[in-house]
Design a protein around this ligand. Structure first.
Ligand code: NAD
Length: 360
């Protein structure tokens, strides 16, 4: 069996960690045909769009992709390729696994949290009004008429959109994941005390869906309190479901709890399509330096193998990565905070994982 996978190296550290991940996936002995496609600033400069049609077509055809991170210009320039891809393909669920591996530089042990983040709406809906634009002025007038609230004329506005359907869909995804993976509890995260009509809707949808799953415990947390509890006792949490922005923030927080972004894998999913990618971004300052940790992308590859039904190959690859982390010799700088000068580079990590795989 050979799997057709769309491979998107991304930019910044993306191409290096993609190459390392491709090597370890091939070393499992599973067959892949990589459909290599490009996105981002380089493509934008050549053909005028950072997300060409052939990328979307390739993912639609293969229904599965492995993707490196892509830089998004801050403040101006093109909109996020990552957000556009998720919206275009309807990849409504973002799944991020945060698990402690022995030997990783973490203050904690035994964390095994799954973050399920809504991927399409909330403040990421892309509905924004630039300061000084006629549209912003109209909206400001409308708000004043409708609510009596005064919004300053020199305001930019980003709209937070939360729908009942998409809230129920993401919470159901979290419960289905919990059930399929023998998880015991789902925690919904929100700020419904302040944003009663958006987060309040998310919370009531979560409560409604939770009733369909009496076998799984359900609780909710206000997002600020959730941050504190995660830092104090992360082992208390199992599956966590949140609207888009809180899910984004919680993902990086949880990555920090387990030893850093270099160990945090992820996937963007619809009911029949999946794009696997690490939680972290393109870390531009490390571009081309053979310095970044490829393990978050390798672990995203492990998630991809499980998705493909290649459980045995996934177990072997995860074990090989875990052994390299536990030995602590062939790891990148982020996993060696006490002795960064002894760290190895991206490609040496791949060599070490391939060597482990060759033994079993
Ligand atoms: P980042 O995740 O790229 O990097 C933050 C810091 O984390 C880095 O400076 C580095 O110290 C560390 N880090 C990240 N990945 C690492 C790795 N694999 N190995 C070792 N250290 C690692 O976040 P940022 O600097 O805020 O974002 C850079 C760019 O990436 C931005 O343009 C942002 O929009 C984009 N981004 C893309 C994605 C994606 O493609 N899915 C996700 C997040 C951010």
């Amino acid at each position: 069996m050979v799997y057709n996978i769309t491979l998107i190296p991304g930019d910044g550290i993306g191409p290096e960690i993609t190459e390392a991940t491709k090597r370890v996936l091939e070393a499992t002995g599973i067959g892949f045909h990589w459909d290599l496609v490009y996105v981002g600033g380089g493509v934008q400069a050549k053909i005028g769009t950072p997300l060409p049609d052939n990328v979307i077509e390739s993912i639609r055809k293969n229904r599965i992709a492995l993707k490196g991170p892509v830089t998004t210009p801050v403040g101006s320039g093109f909109r996020s390729v990552n957000v556009a891809l998720r919206k275009e393909l309807g990849l409504y669920a973002c799944l991020r696994l945060c698990k402690t591996y022995a030997g990783a530089p973490s203050l904690y042990k035994d964390i095994d949290i799954v973050i399920v983040r809504e991927n399409i709406e909330d403040l990421y809906s892309g509905i924004e009004f630039e300061v000084g634009s006629p549209e912003a002025a109209r909206l400001i007038r409308f708000i004043s008429e409708a609510t009596g609230e005064v919004v300053r004329q020199d305001s930019g506005l980003s709209i937070k959109v939360i729908s009942g359907m998409r809230s129920r869909r993401i919470v159901r995804f979290a419960f289905e994941y919990a059930r399929a993976h023998q998880r015991k509890k789902v925690t919904a995260v929100h700020k419904a005390n302040i944003m009663k009509f958006s987060d309040g809707l998310f919370l009531s949808a979560a409560r409604e869906v939770a009733e369909e799953y009496p076998d799984i415990e359900f609780e909710d947390r206000i997002v600020d309190n959730m941050n504190m509890q995660l830092v104090q006792k992360p082992q208390r949490f199992d599956v966590v479901v949140a609207p888009n922005l809180y899910g984004d923030l919680l993902s990086d927080l949880c990555a920090g709890l387990i030893g850093g972004l270099g160990l945090a894998p992820g996937a963007n999913l619809s009911d029949d399509m999946a794009v696997f990618e690490p939680t972290h971004g393109s870390a531009p300052k490390y571009t081309g330096l053979n310095k970044a940790n490829p393990m978050a992308m390798m672990l995203s590859g492990v998630m991809m193998l499980r998705y493909l039904g290649e459980g045995e190959g996934a177990d072997r690859l995860e074990k090989a990565i875990a052994e390299v982390i536990a030995e602590g010799k062939d790891v990148t700088y982020d996993l060696k905070p006490e002795a960064p000068h002894t760290a190895v580079g991206t490609s040496q990590v791949a060599n070490a994982v391939v060597e482990k795989l060759s033994r079993y």
